[in-house]
Design a protein around this ligand. Structure first.
Ligand code: TXE
Length: 481
């Protein structure tokens, strides 16, 4: 059995406590590795090495930093298949998805910020009375990046890349459920020539390792993606220390389908937005709002397509859904199906745990599930399930669709399907969400702001927003003599 190590000051080292946690392969239910459960002593070491590296890293040219980030991207790309296998093994997601989305996007994240940091502009303001204000942006110092299990390297790199590109040194922690690609990233950094201590990857639980990062006085900012409850806990520790905080939290995203949409394109996309990555993407559309006029037509076609999706071994090319992340998470998702029934819902498709033969017989698989007949305000329609479960809700007017869409505590993303651009834009304008897609889903330009409103988070990632987050502006006002 493989034993993972922390990557601190450019070296792979064991946790000081000697404590480890089991890493499960969700598709088989078997433990395949041990990962450190690091504590504050390990975080102290990581912060110390990051602090020592900061002087040099923040002062080398942006071009130099950019070159090294490109080398990291190249390194991951050259081991694309291998990394995709690791990611699929850790998460249970189809290998094909890890190959086509997760790992390519991690490569793109490093490339994008390597280039974008070179184009990042600062303002200078002339006041008309002979003074010039020059705004300079300085890196913060040592920052903490904490990421979840659903898109492990994708989301880890989405934080690390802008932090490094803007001159910070990082103490990063991947989810303890999916540590492997972050562990291997250490090798890539060594090969890419990233100076020691610039990036430190410390493994462990949220309770021990995560909270040691959040509470460390020398860590100037926390960039976090994960559950809303965890976001609250982190805020309680970090806010009184006046750390900068970027929190990307949960969602309960509406997918609003008007009768005048392009039905076939909408249907194909809605299958993806419902069940990609077993529904374990914060941007998945979990509440499908359908205009009365096409409710039955949509319901029947959607059920048919959903029933045709193959849940199977992530290594099989035919599998569209793999395993859920853990036994506990599978049980949580099944509990929501039971709750939906109690709340008066009808299960139109799926609803059950499913078994896959051979090596996957003990894996955490579940049928893609569709439920209708629920009120918009019941718990099933209000709480994030984060699995392959969607609900159908009919509506008759634009105003009703907007009211239902906005009726949850969340405000991350929304999708609107309509052949009428005026209507689609009017509705988009009224939806409380950080991202609204019209006639598409998951189309991402990395320059755009990414994040949520309400309980879906604070702050934005992506493009200039991320570089602003990881830097501090200083205004230098000079009076011309
Ligand atoms: O998230 P956690 P989990 C949501 C989704 C899911 C729920 C729980 O609803 O069911 O979150 O998932 C670290 N201090 N999303 O359990 O616990 C933890 O170790 C510091 C939405 O994975 O929030 C991990 O590295 N860190 C989301 C990271 O936080 C702590 C994607 C996320 O873990 C900590 C994933 C603490 N006290 C889940 N406790 C999205 N929006 O993309 C935990 N962590």
């Amino acid at each position: 059995m493989e034993t993972l190590a922390n990557y601190i000051n450019g070296e792979f080292i064991p946790p000081k406590s000697g404590n480890y946690m089991d890493v499960y392969e969700p598709a088989t239910g078997q433990v395949y590795a041990k990962t450190p459960d690091s504590n504050s002593a390990d975080i102290d070491d990581a912060v110390q090495s990051a602090t020592a590296a900061f002087e040099t890293w923040s002062n080398i040219s942006r071009n130099e930093r950019s070159k090294i980030l490109h080398e990291i991207a190249n390194g991951i790309e050259s081991r694309m298949d291998e990394f995709a296998e690791y990611e699929s093994r850790d998460t249970g997601k189809p290998l094909e998805l890890a190959k086509s989305v997760d790992i390519p996007r991690a490569v793109t994240n490093f490339r994008f910020f390597a280039d974008h940091a070179l184009e990042f502009e600062t303002e200078s303001i002339l006041d008309g009375n002979g003074s010039i204000n020059k705004v300079v942006r300085k890196p913060l110092g040592v920052v903490g990046c904490i990421s979840p299990w659903n898109l492990p390297l994708y989301l880890f790199s989405w934080k690390i890349a802008p932090a490094l590109a803007s001159g910070n040194c990082v103490v990063g922690k991947p989810s303890e459920l999916t540590p492997y690609t972050a562990f291997k990233l250490g090798e890539i950094c060594q090969e890419a020539g990233l100076p020691k201590g610039v990036l430190n990857i410390v493994h462990g639980s949220g309770q021990n390792t995560g909270s040691a990062i959040t509470s460390h006085p020398e860590i100037k900012a926390i960039s976090f993606t994960g559950g809303t409850k965890t976001g609250e806990t982190i805020s309680r520790t970090a806010a009184p220390q006046f750390k900068k905080l970027s929190l990307e939290l949960g969602g309960k995203n509406p997918n609003i389908i008007f009768a005048d949409c392009d039905f076939d394109t909408m249907l194909t996309s809605t299958i993806k937005s419902s069940f990609s990555n077993q529904g374990e993407i914060c941007l998945c559309g979990s509440r499908i709002l359908v205009e009365d006029a096409i409710y039955e037509k949509f319901r029947d076609a959607f059920v048919e397509k959903t029933n045709a999706l193959i849940v199977g071994d992530p290594n099989d090319d035919t599998s569209k859904l793999g395993a859920l992340i853990s036994k506990e998470h599978l049980e949580k998702v099944l509990t929501y199906v039971a709750l939906a029934k109690e709340e008066g819902g009808t299960v139109l498709a799926g609803g059950k745990k499913t078994s896959i033969n051979d090596r996957c017989e003990n894996g955490y698989f579940m049928e893609p599930t569709i439920i209708d007949g629920l009120s918009a305000d019941c718990r099933t329609n209000q709480e994030e399930i984060f699995g392959p479960v969607v609900t159908l809700i009919p509506f008759s007017t634009e105003a009703e669709a907007v009211a239902i869409a906005n009726s949850t505590d969340y405000g991350l993303a929304a999708t609107i399907w309509s052949g009428n651009p005026d209507k689609a834009n009017r509705v988009a304008d009224q939806i409380d969400a950080g991202i609204v897609w019209i006639n598409c889903w998951m189309v991402r330009d990395l320059r755009t702001p990414f994040g949520g409103m309400k309980s879906s988070g604070v702050g934005r990632e992506g493009g200039d927003e991320a570089l602003r987050f990881f830097t501090e502006p200083k205004n230098i006002c000079m009076r011309e003599v």
